[in-house]
Write a protein that binds this ligand. Structure first.
Ligand SMILES: *Cc1c(COP(=O)(O)O)cnc(C)c1O
Length: 378
């Protein structure tokens, strides 16, 4: 069976685990956490990077930092993972879903402004498949209405918008290092931001509401409970696993891109015959091959294709039942405007296996199975 995903293994993990063990410190903010945050900070030109236990917790931190009050509104696409919404719902926010642009499955910037009310506080664009949202347009709307921008860049690590790393463009950017993402530590994430003003509060929120980080820097002589907060520090063991991948950062990206490009080229005849649609990458975006998906005619075709692929030994999946149609989505949010594309397009989309350790043979076999699917060869 060809798995849909496997966590990246680069071969040096055990040596770094050993180093973490020998350091005598497995809790958060040890040597590996420092190295990894500094590495991202300099690589992506972002002043502050804090490792977290997940992208979900990074989003929760961002929502604390946005100072949301009950009833405040957050604009986002409905075609996203639950955490994008849940992190804000925990603060009492109402979610306002806006339709996607079917070409990228990102939030359609043309529809955002109409959804802004006097209660709107945040726009949360999601860089779907590691393909950038049109950030200039989103920042412009946010600027004119005094809104914060929180980027859900869970899928966007090492992807770019006009030369800027995704996750470093809005007020806060959130990364995921979950095992299904390009760079992984089992469970993990990070929050990025440029503003020095946010640093102290971010550290307090991340350290259970204490000023422990200041204490460790020697700026105060004892630490105490100063504000609200939670526990968002990942263990050194997890971070050391990620450190191994940072040593071969571009190699991982190149490998993923080569699989992505192979699928794209090999399946093009199906697109030319009008049987599928392929992903679209706007000129302003440099993507990171987070995901390869195709869109087929309709839900029925997708169900049949996924079943066919499984019979052939290849696991292909779909995801994201649009949040506004879920039980919690109806309770905590509303869809602004008409759902022209979100539901329709989500039902047609199927993802192919794409991970660092996918073999050439499995990649070729997967593409061949799709070409051979009887529904495309009638
Ligand atoms: C994976 C993902 C998340 C959640 O990441 P975790 O690290 O698992 O919390 C959030 N948003 C999007 C768009 C994702 O793809």
């Amino acid at each position: 069976m060809i798995d849909f995903n496997r966590p990246p293994v680069v071969g040096t993990e055990l040596a770094f685990f050993q180093e973490a063990l020998e350091s005598g410190k497995l809790c958060g903010d040890g040597a590996f956490t420092k190295k990894v945050s500094d590495w991202f900070s300099s690589r992506f030109h972002v002043k502050h990077v804090y490792m977290t236990t997940s992208c979900t917790s990074a989003l929760e931190m961002a929502s604390w930092l946005c100072d949301l009050k009950s009833g405040d509104e957050v604009i986002m696409p409905s075609y996203t993972f639950v955490s994008t919404a849940d992190a804000f719902v925990l603060r009492g926010a109402k979610i306002v879903f806006v339709d996607v642009d079917p070409k990228t499955m990102n939030i359609n910037p043309d529809l955002i402004e109409d959804a802004v009310t006097e209660r709107t506080k945040v726009i949360c664009p999601v860089h779907y498949a590691g393909v950038a949202c049109d950030m200039d347009r989103i920042l412009d709307i946010a600027g004119r209405h005094g809104l914060k921008v929180v980027e859900d860049a869970a899928q966007g690590v090492n992807a770019w918008y006009k030369g800027r790393a995704l996750g470093t463009i809005g007020d806060y950017g959130c990364y995921s290092f979950h095992e299904t993402k390009n760079y992984a530590m089992g469970e993990g994430g990070a929050i990025c931001f440029q503003s020095d003003e946010d640093q102290e509060r971010a550290e307090i929120v991340r350290e259970k509401g204490t000023n422990r980080s200041k204490f460790f820097r020697g700026q105060i002589d004892k630490y105490t409970w100063v504000d609200y907060g939670s526990s968002y520090l990942p263990s050194e063991l997890n971070v050391s696993y990620l450190w191994a991948q940072l040593q071969v950062f571009e190699k991982i990206n190149d490998r993923r891109l080569s699989i992505w490009n192979y699928y794209h080229k090999t399946l093009r005849p199906l697109a030319e015959a009008g049987l599928i649609e392929q992903p679209f990458v706007p000129d302003y975006a440099v993507h990171n091959a987070h995901m390869y998906y195709i869109k087929v005619r309709d839900l029925e075709t997708r169900t049949s294709l996924i079943r066919y692929m499984r019979e052939k030994g290849v696991l292909c999946v779909f995801h994201y039942v649009p949040l506004h149609s879920s039980e919690a989505g109806r309770k905590f949010g509303r869809f602004h405007g008409e759902d022209v594309y979100t539901t329709k397009e989500s039902e047609r989309l199927m993802r192919l296996p794409l991970f660092y350790n996918l073999t050439e043979e499995d990649m070729r076999y997967t593409a061949q199975c799709i070409l051979d699917y009887p529904g495309f060869n009638r």
